[in-house]
Design a protein around this ligand. Structure first.
Ligand code: 3HC
Length: 296
């Protein structure tokens, strides 16, 4: 597997393109929006420069990595020679089904089609294609250049060979793959999201404030971020939609999203991406500032 195409130039897409390009893979990065592509390339440049300044890579590796990335706004040409396509478009089921149908028609028969979905069924996505044996989940974690894990998710029809190839490829880009089966939330979000939801319930039921809840988990459990800060980082809308996937998939009341989470999403308090969630964010500042809404 050599030629990689990545669909979607958002946070996850640009991180995935960054990692493959840095490990000598030619990458076609595809997005319908030219400005999203320019922004992605600027982000990759900035993150590579950060790695150069920390002496993790050389200036030469940075230059080579950027040269490995080609930008495209249309799909068929950009996937025609791909050995692997990784879809990292918006987390919307009907959009993903449409993309996979188009990929199935545009790609060579041998091309493996992977999705970076955080919770949509791989088996359902595979059903939009005529090659369910070659459809698989490659769930990268944010920030992709830093986090070691790739959760490799086998759909109901994914073949052993394709799974083994994707496990090997993940190792080739210096990640640590873990193979899991396709059930709601896979492993990562089945465990992470109920923890975040429970942290929001603890706030909603006034067990403790935002900073206290996050401090308990940071200092008591050695988490790098508290669950409420992590919810802001992931996006509260993403957390809510994954809770709905768990609730619908398992039909169990333990996955009921906290009403406070629902209210915040409806009001547009989505975390880092909207500028405010449990904390307030301004660009360039690393200081964690509590939202006025949660001040006592
Ligand atoms: N590209 C390259 N390097 C980056 C980077 C990026 N985008 N972002 C951070 N870094 C590097 C920094 O240079 C730094 O390197 P160093 O250790 O050599 O100094 C290191 O990562 C740590 O960064 P910072 O010093 O800026 O900040 P922190 O120490 O606060 O770490 C963090 C930031 C890595 C984000 C850390 O807080 C963390 O691990 N948080 C938890 C992240 C997490 O849980 N991610 C998973 C989210 S869930 C998900 O993605 C699944 C989805 O389906 C919901």
């Amino acid at each position: 597997m050599k030629n990689i195409s990545v669909i979607g130039a958002g946070t996850m897409g640009n991180g995935i393109a960054h990692v493959f390009a840095m490990n000598d893979y030619p990458v076609n990065l595809i997005d319908v929006s030219p400005s999203a592509l320019d922004k992605a390339l600027a982000t990759i440049d900035k993150n590579l420069s950060r790695m150069v300044s920390k002496e993790k890579i050389t200036e030469e590796v940075k230059t080579k990595s950027l040269a490995n990335i080609q930008l495209h706004t249309t799909l068929p040409d950009a996937v025609r020679n791909a050995d692997l396509v990784i879809e990292a478009a918006t987390e919307n089921e009907s959009l993903k089904l449409t993309i996979f149908k188009e990929l199935d028609e545009s790609c060579q028969e041998s091309t493996i089609l992977a999705t970076n979905t955080s919770s949509i069924s791989i088996t359902k996505i595979a059903g939009a294609t005529s090659r369910p044996d070659k459809v698989i989940g490659m769930h990268f974690m944010n920030p992709v250049p830093v986090m070691k894990l790739v959760e490799v998710i086998r759909g109901y029809g994914t073949s052993d060979k394709v799974t083994a190839d994707i496990m090997d490829l993940s190792k080739n880009i210096n990640k640590i793959p873990v193979e899991v089966n396709d059930y709601p939330g896979f492993v990562s979000n089945r465990i992470l999201m109920p923890m975040i939801n429970e942290a929001i319930y603890s706030l909603y039921e006034n067990v403790a404030g935002v900073e206290e809840i996050d401090t308990v988990m940071k200092l008591g459990m050695a988490h790098p971020m508290g669950p409420l800060q992590l919810a802001d980082f992931v996006g509260l809308d993403v957390c809510l939609s994954i809770m709905y996937v768990l609730q619908n998939g398992f039909g169990d009341t333990k996955y009921r999203p906290c009403p406070l989470l629902i209210n915040m999403v409806n009001a547009g308090y989505l975390g880092v991406k909207s500028g405010e969630g449990f904390y307030k964010y301004s660009s360039g500042s690393k200081e964690l500032v509590l939202s006025d809404r949660f001040k006592k």
